[in-house]
Ligand binder design. Sequence first.
Ligand code: AMP
Length: 114
Amino acid sequence: MPDCIFCRIANGEIPAKVLHRDDHAVAFHDLAPQAPTHVLVIPARHLSGVAEVDEASAALAGHLLVVAANVARDLGLEDSGYRLVVNQGRDGGQSVDHLHVHVLGGREMAWPPG
Ligand code: AMP
């Protein structure tokens, strides 16, 4: 998707602070962190959001969780804990229409979320 900012990060056209890259996923620091640690994990190929995940992309969606957990571990968050967030659509607060998992940590998270 030529106009998708996360596709352009995935293919290296736009720079990002990349923590992990493999054939299927990229993890990079969020530009506007909402916690001391705020990382985004995205699929390398375009999926507009979690609503587009189906049986054919289920393994890819699972891989995003594996990468998220590995990144959190590498960043030393495993003992203190962290939160994974996937915003979907307008009410979910999604602003970039390319599936992404937020990894938030380094402070205690409130519940319920705003
Ligand atoms: P969401 O609101 O769930 O769609 O999250 C989109 C996230 O992408 C926000 O937290 C933004 O700060 C982040 N973001 C947007 N553009 C960039 C970028 N070029 N590099 C890193 N993070 C970005």
